[in-house]
Design a binder for this molecule. Sequence first.
Ligand SMILES: Nc1ncnc2c1ncn2[C@@H]1O[C@H](COP(=O)(O)OP(=O)(O)O)[C@@H](O)[C@H]1O
Ligand SMILES: Cc1cn([C@H]2C[C@H](O)[C@@H](COP(=O)(O)O)O2)c(=O)[nH]c1=O
Length: 207
Amino acid sequence: MTKGNIASGKTTCLEYFSKTSDIEVLTEPVSKWRNVQGCNPLGLMYQDPSRWGLTLQTYVQLTMLDRHVLPMSTPVRMMERSIYSAKYIFAENLYKSGKMPEVDFAVLSEWFEWIIKNIAIPVDLIVYLQTSPQTCYERLKQRCREEEKVIPLEYLESIHNLYEDWLIHHKSFEVPAPVLVIPADHDLKKMLHQYEENREKILMAHC
Ligand SMILES: Nc1ncnc2c1ncn2[C@@H]1O[C@H](COP(=O)(O)OP(=O)(O)O)[C@@H](O)[C@H]1O
Ligand SMILES: Cc1cn([C@H]2C[C@H](O)[C@@H](COP(=O)(O)O)O2)c(=O)[nH]c1=O
């Protein structure tokens, strides 16, 4: 699984591997989060997180689970984020910042606990693209996704701290697989070089 902050370069990384290897790549279903039966839960959440946070996070949880249970068509699969990052990072951030009511968080948490207890979600390796929030902020502005124009640097800092506490400092939640950290503040050329250096580790993780 490839993890990292918003606009850290996850999709770019996965697109690179999808072109150069016989592996299956599952990017995040962001298009679904932007359009479910004509509604845009991602946009609604950024406009009014207290009202729409649970709506978005419930849908993210469902669509991530749908990705996890897809039958494998190749020996190696790389997936962008997971049901774990949705809960441990984004839902947690909404709750901790006071933008998700206690009852919403409790309902979402019970759903999440039921899922991970009853449905197998195997993970061999977590590839963590480690960036500074500032780098993500610049890349986010450059990508210019309409819904994300309201995101301040502080939001990316909170998401960054939650990732670091989880995957690096082991201070929050159980980590479901070994973590491969790839420093990802570099330009694209250097990043592609780093991906090549780590190719073997990534592709052999399931063995
Ligand atoms: N190493 C890099 N250097 C500069 N820009 C990058 C780099 N990697 C990705 N980008 C650009 O940053 C933006 C976010 O990248 P993306 O892969 O969509 O991130 P994510 O999937 O993590 O949100 C895109 O516009 C992409 O072209
Ligand atoms: C998993 C997850 C994502 N989001 C938001 C964060 C971003 O605005 C997009 C995903 O885009 P990225 O460039 O791939 O990071 O979705 C969210 O609000 N909640 C979540 O659980």
